[in-house]
Design a protein around this ligand. Structure first.
Ligand SMILES: [Zn+2]
Length: 249
C-alpha cells in the first residue's frame, strides 16, 4: 500500500481502538503485569500516558518526537497515582537502523531536548527493541545517552534500578508495593519462593538480586570505554560469579 498511497499508508496511527486499549491495559493490570507501548508518537498515543486513565500504559518505547516526551513527563508521573509511565528512548535501535533515514537525528534531538528541560520529570529507562544489534552490545544505549549530554550517573541508574522499576510486576506498585519494598531486607523475596521475575534488581542492597559487574575503566573520565564489554572484568549474576579478573569462570 505504501507504493500506491505513500502519504496515507505511511502515516503513524494507533493500531488499536480506545476500547481495545482499555481492555488490554485493564486485563494486564488485573493479572498483575505491565503494558509497554511501542509508538513513534504523534497523536496516536492520546491518553496512553494519563495517570489513572483506563488506558495508561507503563512504558512508552521510542517516542521520537519531543512533544510526545513532554507529554509523558507532564502526565506520566504523580506520586499520588503511584504507577509512573517510563520513557524508553531506544537510542541504540535508532542509531543502528536509522542513520540514513533521519530517524537517528530525530531521536537524538528529542533526547537532547528532553534532558535539557530542567522542569522535566520524565522517568527514563534503558532497553527495548533489542535485536537490531548483537546481545552483549547493549551498553551502546548508555554510551549514546552520555554522548548526547546526559549525566553519566543518571544514565547508570536508567540502566539498572530504573529498569526494574519499569518492568516490575504490579505487586510492587501502590501502597502494597511500597510496604513490600520496606521489608525486602527480611529476605522473603527469594527466587525459589517468588520466582525469578519477582526478585528486585538494579541496586546493591540487601534483598535485591546479587547482580554486580565491575569495570577496569574510569566512568567519570572515559564513560564509553568504561561500560564497553572489553572493560568489564567481573560479572556476578544472582550471586553466581561468571567472570573474574577479565576471564570466564
Ligand atoms: Zn519497537
Amino acid at each position: 500500500m505504501a507504493q500506491v498511497s505513500p502519504h496515507t499508508a505511511a502515516q503513524s496511527i494507533s493500531t488499536f481502538t480506545d476500547d481495545e486499549l482499555r481492555a488490554i491495559v485493564q486485563t494486564a493490570h488485573k493479572l498483575g503485569v505491565k503494558v509497554a507501548a511501542h509508538t513513534d508518537g504523534h497523536s496516536s498515543w492520546e491518553g496512553l500516558t494519563s495517570p489513572g486513565s483506563a488506558h495508561q500504559v507503563n512504558s512508552v518505547e521510542h517516542g521520537y518526537n519531543a512533544g510526545d516526551v513532554f507529554e509523558v513527563a507532564n502526565k506520566g508521573y504523580d506520586e499520588r497515582d503511584g504507577v509512573p509511565t517510563f520513557w524508553i528512548p531506544t537510542l541504540s535501535v535508532c542509531y543502528t537502523l536509522g542513520k540514513d533515514t533521519g530517524l537517528w537525528q530525530r531521536a537524538a534531538s528529542t533526547f537532547k531536548q528532553a534532558i535539557k528541560a530542567s522542569s522535566l520529570n520524565v522517568r527514563i529507562a534503558c532497553g527495548g527493541d533489542t535485536g537490531p544489534f548483537p546481545h552483549g552490545d547493549n551498553a551502546l544505549e548508555m554510551k549514546l545517552m552520555v554522548r548526547l549530554g546526559a549525566d553519566w550517573k543518571a544514565v547508570l541508574k536508567w540502566g539498572t534500578l530504573s529498569g526494574w522499576e519499569c518492568i516490575r510486576s504490579m505487586r510492587w506498585e501502590g501502597q502494597t508495593g511500597k510496604e513490600r519494598l520496606t521489608k525486602v531486607h527480611e529476605l522473603r523475596e527469594d527466587a525459589r519462593v517468588v520466582g525469578d521475575n519477582e526478585v528486585p534488581f538494579g541496586t546493591v542492597r540487601k534483598g535485591f538480586a546479587a547482580d554486580i559487574i565491575a569495570t577496569s575503566g574510569d566512568l567519570e573520565k572515559h564513560f564509553e570505554e568504561a561500560v564497553d564489554k572489553g572493560s568489564i572484568v567481573f560479572v556476578m549474576k544472582s550471586g553466581k560469579v561468571y567472570k573474574r579478573n577479565g576471564l570466564e569462570v
